[in-house]
Design a protein around this ligand. Structure first.
Ligand code: NAI
Length: 342
């Protein structure tokens, strides 16, 4: 693998535990990565910095890539989300979240294979709120034609590149006629004019969620605005074993930040029981991204070896507690390392 430098943000809660485990596996697999450590979130505040330090953003802009642990956001008060700031300020407009059934992880469903594409910069999730008058508050949902078109085109391009067969947009354009109406109109335009060969479907999100839990095999790729993408990601995680096994990437035209879908899990932090797999899978996505973007075939080969190793570990019933196993974070990482193909 060609040498590359990647910003590492350990994050809060279980973040440092799962990033350390992931780094161990990547090193054992023969990656050639110089980690550039930076802070964000509570860890940055504790170090006397801003919650989203400019130096961290500048480092990601300089190196182009980051692997990020989760960052805590206070509920109902306090600072605005580090994750929202990061995605907006670096224009990481496409969140990609593959959700697939794993060997040895038994759930109600078999053969789930979904990819969620979430618009990452607009919508209600931006948290643009104000108090109209005491006792009356409002939240602003923003959708722009350029951003809706951009994410739709990104999703269809991804579908073509990865040989996916169908994109389903989940929306609520029956109620939010302007904002969600714009979102589906832009998706329709891109489908009709640029990618008519990919199947396209629209579902109102409430009925879409029902159909997802009835039979996820009816779906292939999901395209959603920001807040719906957030919620439906966790729903889909529940189809395949939970938040410990769903990776993610936040991708823009110039930079990409790879992170698990899960949060900082304060309930299990510091106990060496968190599942590092979601972050490890995010790192595998990062290696495949390096292979695609930089033409580094070795990075892609290492990604395949790591995936083979964790699939084998799960098939051998080496699992953390969230999946019904009894291994700790470090012991699971060791089990993966032991199964790396030569
Ligand atoms: P969460 O994802 O942290 O936890 C939800 C449940 O899943 C908890 O019971 C937790 O123990 C479990 N869980 C999550 N990841 C796990 C793992 N790797 N292994 C085993 N179990 C795992 O969601 P929650 O509790 O809603 O949020 C906690 C904090 O994380 C909040 O401050 C929230 O804002 C933040 N957050 C940050 C994200 C990010 O940085 N990208 C994403 C989601 C939430």
């Amino acid at each position: 693998m060609q040498p590359c430098s990647i910003v590492l943000i350990p994050g809060d809660g279980i973040g440092p535990e799962v990033t350390t485990a992931t780094q161990r596996i990547l090193a054992a697999a023969g990656t050639n990565i110089e980690w550039i450590p930076h802070q964000a979130g509570l860890a940055a505040l504790a170090a006397g910095d801003d919650v989203m330090p400019t130096s961290t953003l500048e480092a990601i802009a300089q190196h182009g890539l980051a692997l990020k642990g989760p960052c805590t956001t206070p509920v109902g008060k306090g600072f605005s989300s580090v994750n929202v700031q990061l995605r907006k300020r670096l224009n990481l407009y496409a969140a990609v979240r593959p959700v697939r059934s794993l060997p040895g992880v038994h759930t109600r469903y078999e053969n789930v294979d979904l990819v969620i594409i979430r618009e990452n910069t607009e919508g209600l999730y931006s948290g643009v709120e104000n108090e109209v008058t005491p006792g009356v508050v409002m939240s602003m949902k923003v959708a722009s034609e350029s951003s809706c078109t951009r994410i739709a085109r990104w999703a269809f391009r991804y579908a073509t590149h990865r040989q996916r067969r169908k994109i389903t947009v989940l929306h609520k354009a029956n109620i939010m006629k302007l904002t969600d109406g714009l979102f589906i109109r832009c998706a329709q335009d891109i489908h009709n004019k640029e990618y008519p060969n990919i199947d396209y479907q629209e579902l109102i999100i409430d009925a879409g969620c029902m159909r997802l839990v009835q039979d996820p095999s009816k779906f292939d790729m999901l395209l959603l605005e920001n807040l719906y993408g957030d919620v439906v990601s966790d729903l889909c995680a529940g189809l395949i074993g939970g938040l410990g096994v769903v990776p993610g990437a936040n991708i823009g035209d110039e930079h990409a930040v790879f992170e698990a879908v899960h949060g900082s899990a304060p309930d299990i932090a510091g106990k060496n029981i968190a599942n590092p797999l979601a972050l490890l899978m995010s790192a595998v996505m990062m290696l495949n991204y390096i292979a695609d973007q930089r033409g580094d075939a070795d990075a892609g080969a290492i990604a395949t070896r790591i995936r083979t190793a964790y699939d084998q570990a799960l098939a051998d019933q080496c699992k953390t507690g969230d999946l019904g196993g009894d291994l700790g974070t470090d012991a699971f990482a060791t089990a993966v390392i032991e199964r790396l193909p030569a």
